[in-house]
Design a protein around this ligand. Structure first.
Ligand SMILES: [Zn+2]
Length: 441
């Protein structure tokens, strides 16, 4: 009974009895009549006894993957059997094969393909549903079943752990008349844990942005897993610092240099804006040299040509004394801090680090600018973690890269109502590389 057409269709337990061509131009694929060849199909699901008495013929139309790019209409003519076992609760049953269970309107391989397109192929649920000719809820359920089967239940040991937060959706505000201030009513966050050492991608996410949820996730991993974590990369966030101190007391905390630079640039920009308002009585605009130089000021001098650098300093000096000198001082302090960070991955001597750090602190103190004093005290607070960055060169760039994927998934989906399904989708998208879904082969 097994012919070439049966082998081509490849549905185990079913044989192709006949293929009837239809009008291709009207978009109608061929009709494929199927017959049962699996002897197991007539075993009663209630008692496991092979039935011998047939009740009737029934026809079922399971939807399947296209064959050669054409969507075929499968018609399976199968038997309904009568179970002869006296104690069996099932009196009758229809034949079933693993690919097409009883009552199933889709073959298992179609269901799996629609789930796989989302989890491994990066498709949205809507697009996968369109591609596979199923409804949104079916594609969504197929994705969830596939993802839960494919994702590792527990992450492998990690030497360098990255922790970072992502905003979930838009924050919403209402005006509080009594307090005369805007209050956040909706501000939802996810905290993600990323493997920065072995490329497992996103290990998991928790909802909220509190110390306790981070501690809880880390505790759930067990003592042995926690002991393997040697470094934890975070941004300058006291929530994560407190959580890591509590749950991973042996791990070395590392602060990413990106956020340190960002902090210094923010201080410089604040100083420039405040002084412009004080001296000119309004915000900066075209024609004000310090405003025109605003982007150049926050660029690292090491990445600028001398042809840009020297005129910039000359221009600042040429500004009114109350304006140019403090901005130049702030710019110098920022550059001093960059010089400290530039020592990362160079195995610097302790005295070299101390010397450059002192120069930065000294410049901040001498400037008398409150913004720089605040910057200096933040650097002082986080100095052990910044020093750990200089010594190890570990950055949180991997977590930030994961964040980009998280946001792309959220935009593709036009946002998520259900945070749980968002976490599952995110997890699939960010572990595609480690699961081998991005290999061209
Ligand atoms: Zn039975």
């Amino acid at each position: 009974m097994v012919n070439d057409t049966t082998r081509l269709l490849g549905l185990d337990g079913l044989a192709v009895a006949e293929v009837i061509a239809r009008d291709e131009h009207a978009g109608q694929g061929p009709i494929v009549w199927l017959a049962t060849i699996d002897e197991q199909a007539r075993v009663c699901p209630g008692c496991g006894v092979r039935a011998t008495r047939m009740k009737e013929w029934v026809i079922t139309r399971p939807r399947d993957l296209p064959v050669g790019g054409r969507r075929c209409e499968l018609l399976w003519r199968k038997r309904r059997w009568i179970c002869s076992t006296a104690v069996c609760p099932r009196r009758t049953f229809t034949e079933q094969v693993p690919q097409v269970p009883a009552r199933a309107r889709l073959t298992e391989r179609l269901r799996q393909a629609s789930g796989m397109a989302v989890a491994d192929g990066g498709r949205t649920i809507v697009q996968s549903a369109r591609d596979h000719g199923v409804s949104w809820p079916v594609a969504s359920a197929a994705f969830t079943a596939y993802a839960e089967r494919m994702l590792p239940a527990e992450p492998q040991p990690v030497t360098v752990l990255g922790i970072d937060e992502t905003r979930r959706g838009r924050p919403r505000w209402v005006y509080d008349e009594a307090a005369r201030a805007w209050q956040a009513v909706v501000d939802r966050w996810h905290v993600g844990f990323v493997d920065l050492s072995h490329g497992q991608g996103l290990l998991g996410q928790v909802e909220g942005r509190t110390t306790q949820v981070v501690i809880d996730w880390l505790q759930e991993r067990g003592q042995k897993w926690k002991e393997q974590v040697r470094f934890v990369a975070i941004d300058m966030c006291t929530i994560f610092k407190a959580a890591v101190r509590a749950a991973l007391p042996h791990a070395v905390l590392v602060v990413d240099h990106f956020h340190v630079v960002q902090l210094a640039n923010t201080a410089l920009t604040e100083i420039r804006r405040r002084l412009t308002v004080q001296v000119r009585g309004r915000r900066g605009r075209k024609g004000n040299r310090e405003w025109e130089l605003r982007n150049r000021l926050t660029r690292s001098a090491a990445r600028m040509h001398g042809a840009q650098l020297d005129p910039m300093i000359d221009d600042l000096m040429a500004l009114p004394k109350r304006l140019g000198a403090p901005i130049l001082a702030a710019w110098n302090a920022k550059e001093d801090l960059l010089d400290v960070l530039a020592l990362a991955r160079t195995h610097p001597d302790r005295t070299v680090i101390a010397g450059r750090l002192f120069r930065f602190y000294d410049r901040c103190a001498a400037s008398g600018l409150p913004e720089l004093e605040r910057l200096a005290s933040t650097i002082e607070t986080w100095w052990p973690e910044i020093l750990a960055f200089i010594q190890t060169g570990i950055t949180n760039a991997g977590s930030e890269g994961t964040n980009r994927v998280i946001k792309t998934v959220a935009r593709d989906a036009y946002g998520f109502r259900n945070p749980e399904s968002q976490r599952l989708r995110t997890r699939c998208a960010t572990t595609r590389k480690s699961r081998g879904c991005l290999n061209p082969a």
